[in-house]
Design a protein around this ligand. Structure first.
Ligand code: ATP
Length: 256
């Protein structure tokens, strides 16, 4: 069974600044959702609200019929994992230890169980991070760290995965392999919501695209409709064109 998120007229203000307004969205089936929009549109704020990290918002945000704030953290963490833009650690944890932290919601005693290690091995393998499992997390490159943080979220074995720009630091090959991995997980039943500025990745890999503009939902549809040229012009203020690659796949080009 998939999770069911219902956001009803969610609003958020920082002092005089309105960051989110009237955001009404439902996510009630597995699949890959791209969350896009210009800088400052409110994407991270929305993800933080959905992951229970940010309170003080207007409206309501429910997971499986229960307000986010009412969920015991441990129980919530078995449902939802957040992959933040970056993770800073002050202690010399190895990559493997960071991935193992993803198992915290399942910890039953002092020691890890065979299931914990199985989940860690799988997560390391899926994210291509096994070979630096014993290295100090802080000494890894930005892209390597990003993949380890994703591995930690996968080890958490959630039913919804919220990712804030998961491929920012990744080389081309890993961008594609991570998006392929996310799409496969979505096909296996996970709800994946990934913030991205890359409209081509959004178009190629998502089932649904939600675009925010000035804190409001400007588009919420399948990629072709949500990223139609007039929508891109409206949301991002740039001229775009849908082209066809030699292999028949669509490609969005920008600029006049
Ligand atoms: N703690 C805060 N205090 C005040 N303003 C904030 C705070 N956090 C975010 N904001 C403001 O809220 C707005 C939305 O920020 P948010 O990070 O959600 O946008 P975003 O769509 O994720 O942007 P980006 O694409 O640049 O990551 C921005 O104008 C930002 O400056």
């Amino acid at each position: 069974m998939s999770v069911r998120y219902v956001l009803d007229r969610v609003g958020m203000r920082y002092g005089d600044i309105e960051v989110l307004a009237d955001v009404t969205l439902t996510f009630d089936q597995p699949g890959m959702v791209a969350l896009t929009g210009p800088n400052g549109a409110g994407k991270s704020t929305l993800l933080n609200i959905m992951s229970g990290l940010r309170g003080g918002f207007q409206g309501s945000c429910q997971l499986n019929g229960r307000n986010i704030a009412a969920w015991p953290r441990r129980e919530f963490a078995r449902e939802v994992a957040l992959v933040p833009q970056s993770l800073k650690l002050d202690f010399p944890f190895t990559a493997e230890q960071v991935v193992l932290m993803g198992r915290t919601p399942y910890a039953g005693g002092l020691f890890e169980s065979p299931e914990d290690w199985k989940a860690v091995e799988r997560a390391l393998e899926l994210t291509d991070t096994t070979r630096f499992r014993h290295r100090d997390f802080r000494a890894l490159s930005g892209g390597e760290r990003q993949r380890v943080v994703l591995a930690s979220a996968l080890a958490q074995d959630p039913r919804a995965l919220l990712l804030d720009e998961p491929t920012t630091f990744l080389d081309l090959q890993h961008q594609l392999s991570i998006y392929e991995l996310l799409r496969n997980l979505a096909r296996e039943g996970l709800l994946v919501i990934a913030v991205t500025h890359d409209l081509n990745l959004a178009a190629a890999y998502s089932d649904r695209v939600v675009a925010l503009k000035n804190g409001r939902v400007a588009a919420d549809a399948d990629p072709c409709s949500a990223l139609a040229t007039d929508k891109i012009k409206d949301v991002f203020g740039v001229q775009a064109e849908w082209l066809q690659r030699a292999d028949g796949k669509p490609w969005i080009a920008y600029g006049d």
